[in-house]
Design a protein around this ligand. Structure first.
Ligand code: NAD
Length: 312
């Protein structure tokens, strides 16, 4: 019986629990809000049953078998018993994360891997209060991890290679797609690339070059079509008769010219923000009803895309 402890049972904690159980691991969920991890199990049961019905359940086990692997705990020490890997999924607040990792270090053996789901905090901040940082790393998922399988593995400067390798092997075994960052950097890779896209999209809208609706179509009906299967590096390698070097000879100068014409970094506030936001609200009002319907649509589409990717 190989045990993984998930600490924090919100959106991401529940998803990690489902991912790890799909790989046959025993998953113990802890949340510091009494009753919260039990509620998470009820939610997970519902989701696993729906996934089974939709033939989208991951792994070799039935929904009921996966559910049997997951237990809820209001006591941290009990939740950590037997664990070889701990995935932290608490609020994205530095002090909360630092403090839970101090508790975790106190309660587990020296060889247990401590992994954080943080989106925005670098490992040297998150683990600054841990004594043995060699077994710490960030495993940053993309929401929703059940369908979007990428996980960024980010080392603390003191993390040993064996820990990175073990996390890589675990993520692969449970069907995620891990990538390794060779060192920590603000935003890791996903949020840095995303920020570049948001930034130029925002500038094109606020400079009145294109509408909010149309810049989103540029991604969803254009660039995004291929990016679901091949990344920007392979894209350019395939887009010139003789590959990447040829591409850069032909288009490198043009790309540099475009990049030099990009405006300053937006600060996303003031009058300019008001006008971009109001254009968005005309398309999708920010009532819970509208937002939930769009999120549901997004997740259904991602589920279909995940199905398609599985077959290719
Ligand atoms: P959430 O608010 O849905 O859940 C957080 C859970 O942690 C809550 O159930 C809360 O009760 C619990 N919690 C808070 N403090 C705790 C403590 N000291 N001990 C135990 N449990 C505690 O948050 P989320 O969206 O699931 O995000 C969790 C982490 O995952 C964050 O670091 C976030 O940045 C990261 N993340 C989120 C997303 C996303 O899209 N939501 C994507 C990638 C990574």
């Amino acid at each position: 019986m190989e045990v993984i402890t998930v600490v924090g049972s919100g959106l991401i904690g529940r998803s990690w629990a489902m991912v790890f159980a799909s790989g046959g691991y025993t998953v113990k969920i802890y949340d510091n809000q009494p009753g919260q991890s039990a509620k998470a199990i009820t939610e997970i049961r519902k989701q696993l049953e729906e996934l089974e019905e939709a033939h989208m359940l991951r792994g070799q086990l039935k929904a009921s078998q996966q559910l049997n692997l997951i237990s809820s705990h209001d006591d941290l020490a009990q939740a950590l018993e037997g664990a070889f890997f701990v995935q932290e999924c608490v609020f994205e607040q530095l002090e909360v994360k630092q403090s839970i990792f101090q508790d975790l270090e106190r309660l587990v053996g020296n060889n247990v891997i401590l992994s954080s789901s943080t989106s925005c905090l670098v490992p040297s901040s998150v683990f600054s209060k841990v004594h043995n940082k060699s077994r710490c790393l960030v495993s940053h998922p993309v929401n929703p991890p059940y369908y979007v399988k990428l996980v960024e593995l980010v080392p603390h400067p003191e993390t040993v290679m064996a820990v990175m390798d073990a996390a890589y092997a675990l993520m692969t075994k449970v069907g995620q797609v891990p990538v390794r960052l060779k060192r920590e950097i603000d935003g890791f890779a996903v949020n840095r690339v995303q920020a570049a896209i948001i930034s130029e999209s925002w500038r094109l809208v606020k400079d009145d070059v294109i509408s909010v609706k149309d810049i989103d179509l540029v991604m969803s009906e254009g660039l995004g079509m291929r990016y679901a299967f091949i990344g920007p590096m392979e894209t350019i390698h395939l887009n010139a008769p003789e590959g990447m070097e040829d591409y850069m000879k032909r288009y490198g100068e043009g790309i540099t010219r475009l990049l030099n014409s990009f405006g300053p970094t937006p600060d996303f506030s003031g009058e300019e923000a008001k006008s971009v936001i109001s254009e968005m609200l005309e398309l999708i009002p920010n009532s819970q009803q509208h937002l939930s319907a769009r999120k549901e649509r997004r997740d259904l589409l991602l589920m279909s895309l995940a199905k398609l990717k599985k077959d290719h």
